[in-house]
Design a protein around this ligand. Structure first.
Ligand SMILES: [Zn+2]
Ligand SMILES: [Zn+2]
Length: 930
């Protein structure tokens, strides 16, 4: 159909292009403009048989309404090229009619093709109007239909316009409201505004409702209480750090954080109870349940991850407390006596009168028992990448004057309690034990050990390596030569004379600087310096193997263990050669114990579950120090507290731990615990470790052999003569890394440990305590039974908080009694508080410090460290010799005195007979005099 009409319209075009009058045909009307001429007016026909035209058949309904007459318009593009010659019957004739036909009665050849053209018109007339392309080709009916259709469209559009007008009006209203809201918010404070938006969304408020609500909130009539978990955490943080008043303030501020009452169900009250007379198993077990038991938050939900079995560490450390005896109203006892000597008191229970309190005062005055100034805290932490915070399970006051036996008993009590508690080993996994029953157990705190190495290095005796005494003065000279070293953040002076001896970051930096000495260009050295350089390089390598496993998070577990084994053997080699001149007995023992602990940790984790990660960086007491830091943070301006307050602080610290676990960005990490303050290795924690550290990835034997090989090759390279081979050296069974000379363990030496500052010699060194591997008979059930009986005895005894103070029966509150009896003259909390307010840190220089003389030092006027000098010396007591030496120490005062060493002294002053200076040096050459 469409192709047919296409052909036809083509034909039509051709026809229209030629004016119909240009080819007049006989018997035809002269002009084609007359589309219709009545047959009666046609001119008379000549005798030739005329073309009678062609009959038109039209079947689509009524002809008059369905025939598109206007296509016959001469100017129409769709002119079909024929005219009507009669309407009754319907006869048409082609515009190009030949006029005559060879067959009388029949149309001429041109007219005879017309039915095809008509068929196209007819088909189109039958179609619905919307299929006909232009109005020009439509018939009347189709046009009417189209008009109806258009009318309908117009109506639709009218409706649409009305609707649009309406929504425009409402949008204008909205805009006005939003502008009003905007203006209102700009000029008023609306509490808890941020919580309005989620409410508006969930409760589908319009702008009007929203405006209404913020106005109500501004007046204080409405506060949305749909707190988010984040806000609850923030409020808990506020409570633990600032107390109830801080929460109240923030609750009434524009932030409208949750009130104390709202917080209550979310805060976990895990208060560990202190042990007052001995390591009480019942108390420890209860503490384990409080800390590790399950806890449901409001609505039965718990944010805690499902319990996963893993290894645990038990850590012990001391925290300073106020020297104070207190009355505990819950148990009617006095608290604050040292656990070590509390047995000297018959009873801690105050009772009805003041006799026990008076007896205790006498005992304290006689020195039989001490008022504790520190508390021993035993804490357990998960050895996992997450939630590795220490949870305290044992708190006991201590005077630090007891034997290790007390400490060991405490440890065993905690270990046993963990083993038997339903919330302990059964639920969470075992504590990885390092040599149970051995006093070397706790000495694996690598951060402490780093600090002790630095203390040793900074002492004037230093460390003797290959005949060179590496001490503070020598290090100053060499650190100055370190290439590309930025001393702006911490000067050499600060590094070696620390204001804060407890800063781990400084310790690690000092050791790393020694490692770096290897990078100094060897060709610039003179012969006297070469020996020092050699020694420092060797020492640097030793420290590198020690530090890397803890500060390089890219190391795998195998690399860590290999490195530690290498370190242990290098240290052993140097210790064999130089003995205690290299390092103190105790430090040597602790370092070896630390390496041993690391290896045992791997082995035990393999037994527990080989797929578990071994986090050597958790080895030590960092989590405990974090806990202490947080508990001090809770105290705000008075960081120290009494033993009874300590447990409240720990409770707060645990809540803080929980908040920081979910929002680590809120925590300010304690500066002193950071190992390396560089950008990428900032605070190397378990979450940062990237190396492969699962227990099954490490073959301990392989790592050990490799570590020994590396150590032996380094010792050959630096020509450390002894021993030739460790395998041979350790052949006799009584010799090992912990006992390199065989026989006695150096760590048990009674000598003063010079790697620890302000050491007081152990006061309790009774002969039976020096035996090793003591066998403790620890009967858990019997001990627990005893503790339980004791508790029942005290809890069944109802007590009043008042006691009789005189014969007339006058009553007084026991708290007041205890406070009055124990009030002493020197009850001052902190002597250096005034100085600390002025900005001096503990352990720093005194506030009366002298200003260092800033006179110019030059080689022409001053004798400096490292200068060569010649002197007469007396040796063997009888012989005189001339010695050429290099100065290593310059001191004011006699040798060995505690006076500070200096780096330079005026030459003029040195020559005086009354010169106060002493110079020590290393002799290069000695010429005997006859
Ligand atoms: Zn004809
Ligand atoms: Zn004591």
């Amino acid at each position: 159909m469409s192709s047919q009409s296409g052909i036809m319209s083509k034909g039509v075009h051709v026809q229209v292009g030629r004016p119909p009058s240009a080819q007049p045909i006989a018997g035809q009307p002269p002009s084609a403009t007359a589309s219709f001429v009545p047959p009666s007016t046609l001119p008379s026909v000549p005798a030739i048989p005329q073309c009678p035209g062609c009959p038109l058949t039209w079947d689509p309904a009524v002809f008059w309404s369905t025939y598109p007459f206007h296509v016959h318009e001469p100017t129409s593009r769709y002119n079909p090229g024929y005219q009507f010659i009669s309407f009754s019957p319907l006869l048409i004739r082609s515009a190009r009619c030949l006029g005559s036909s060879g067959n009388p009665g029949k149309p001429c050849t041109r007219c005879s093709t017309l039915p095809f053209d008509v068929a196209a018109l007819r088909d189109r007339a039958k179609e619905p109007f919307n299929l006909v392309r232009t109005e020009e080709r439509m018939n009347h009916v189709q046009l009417l239909e189209k008009v109806a259709d258009l009318k309908e469209q117009v109506n639709d559009l009218k409706l649409k316009t009305v609707n649009l007008e309406r929504s425009l009006a409402s949008a204008r209203d909205d805009v006005a409201e939003y502008k009003a809201i905007f203006h209102f918010l700009g000029t008023n404070t609306v509490p808890a505004l941020h919580r309005m938006f989620p409410n508006a969304l969930t409760q589908e408020w319009g702008s009007k409702k929203f405006f209404h609500q913020i106005q109500a909130a501004s007046r204080g009539d409405y506060i949305p209480r749909s707190y988010t978990q984040y806000e609850i955490d923030l409020a808990i943080l506020l409570y633990e750090l600032g107390g109830g008043s801080a929460v109240h303030a923030m609750n009434h501020s524009i932030f409208a954080l949750p009130s104390l009452k709202t917080l209550q169900p979310y805060r976990r009250e895990h208060k560990p109870k202190p042990c007052l007379d001995h390591a009480n198993l019942l108390t420890i077990s209860n503490n384990i349940t409080t800390m590790f038991g399950s806890h449901e938050e409001k609505g039965g939900k718990s944010r805690e991850a499902p319990v996963k079995i893993c290894g645990h560490t038990l850590m012990f450390d001391e925290i300073a407390t106020e020297r104070k005896v207190e009355y505990m109203s819950t148990t009617d006892e006095m608290a604050g006596f040292c656990l070590e000597h509390v047995d000297a008191l018959k009873s801690l229970t105050v009772g009805k009168d003041t006799t026990t309190v008076e007896a205790a005062v006498t005992a304290v005055k006689e020195g039989k028992v001490h008022i504790a100034h520190e508390a021993t805290v035993g804490a357990i932490s998960h050895l996992s990448r997450h939630d590795y915070g220490a949870k305290p399970v044992f708190i006991g006051p201590t005077c630090k004057k007891g034997s290790w036996r007390t400490m060991l008993e405490t440890m065993l009590s905690v270990l046993e309690a963990w083993k038997h508690s339903p919330d302990g080993e059964a639920k969470h996994g075992r504590i990885i034990e390092i040599l149970p029953g051995n006093p070397l157990y706790p000495l694996i705190y690598y951060r402490h050990i780093f600090k002790r190495i630095c203390t040793l290095l900074c002492s004037w005796m230093g460390m003797l390596v290959k005949g060179v005494c590496v001490n503070r003065d020598l290090l100053v000279l060499w650190f100055e030569r370190l290439p590309n070293h930025d001393w702006s953040e911490m000067s050499i002076e600060n590094l070696l004379h620390p204001k804060d001896a407890q800063c781990v970051f400084r310790a690690v930096k000092l050791l790393l600087c020694i490692v770096e000495i290897q990078t100094i260009d060897k060709t610039t050295l003179d012969p006297s310096e070469e020996a020092e350089y050699e020694a420092l390089c060797l020492l640097g390598k030793v420290f590198e193997f020690l530090l890397e496993p803890f500060i390089n998070p890219h190391l795998s577990l195998s690399q860590q263990i290999t490195s530690l084994v290498t370190f242990a053997h290098l240290a052993c080699g140097l210790f064999l050669q130089n003995s205690t001149s290299f390092m103190s007995n105790q430090l040597y023992g602790d370092l070896q114990a630390m390496v041993k602990a690391a290896i045992i940790m791997v082995a035990q984790t393999k037994v527990l579950d080989p797929r578990l990660d071994v986090l050597l960086c958790l080895l030590g007491d960092n989590p405990v120090e974090t806990l202490f830091g947080r508990s001090r943070m809770c105290g705000g301006h008075s960081p120290n507290c009494s033993i009874s307050e300590l447990w409240t602080r720990f409770c707060s610290a645990m809540n803080l731990d929980n908040v920081f676990k979910h929002h680590p960005e809120l925590e300010k990490t304690p500066r002193r615990l950071k190992l390396v303050r560089a950008r990428d290795t900032d605070h190397v924690g378990p979450t940062q470790w990237v190396g492969k550290i699962s227990a099954d990835s490490c073959d301990i034997d392989l790592c050990y052999d490799e570590g020994v090989d590396v150590a032996e090759s380094i010792m050959r390279e630096h020509s450390v003569s002894e021993p030739k081979s460790f395998a041979e050296h350790f052949q006799p069974l009584e010799k090992d890394l912990l006992r390199p000379f065989g026989g006695k363990y150096p760590a048990l030496s009674p000598e003063i440990d010079r790697s620890v500052v302000n050491t007081s010699p152990p006061s309790d060194t009774s002969s039976d305590d020096t035996t090793i591997n003591p066998v403790f008979l620890f009967d858990y059930d019997a001990r627990l039974g005893l503790d339980e009986a004791q508790r029942i005895a005290t809890s069944n005894d109802p007590h009043s908080v008042f006691a009789v103070i005189d014969s007339e029966g006058q009553l007084c509150h026991k708290k007041a009694i205890v406070r009055t009896f124990f009030e002493t003259q020197n009850n001052q909390i902190s002597k250096d508080r005034l100085q600390r307010i002025r900005g001096f840190t503990i352990g720093g220089k005194t506030w009366e410090r002298e200003e260092t003389d800033s006179e110019m030092v030059s080689s022409s006027t001053h004798f400096q460290l490292g200068n060569l000098f010649a002197t007469f010396i007396c040796y063997n007591g009888t012989h005189l010799g001339l010695a050429l030496a290099k100065s290593t120490i310059i001191k004011r005062g006699i040798p060995g005195s505690k006076s500070p060493s200096v780096s330079a002294i005026p030459i003029a002053e040195l020559g005086l007979p009354s010169s106060p200076f002493t110079i020590c040096g290393q002799i290069f050459s000695l010429l005997p005099l006859k």
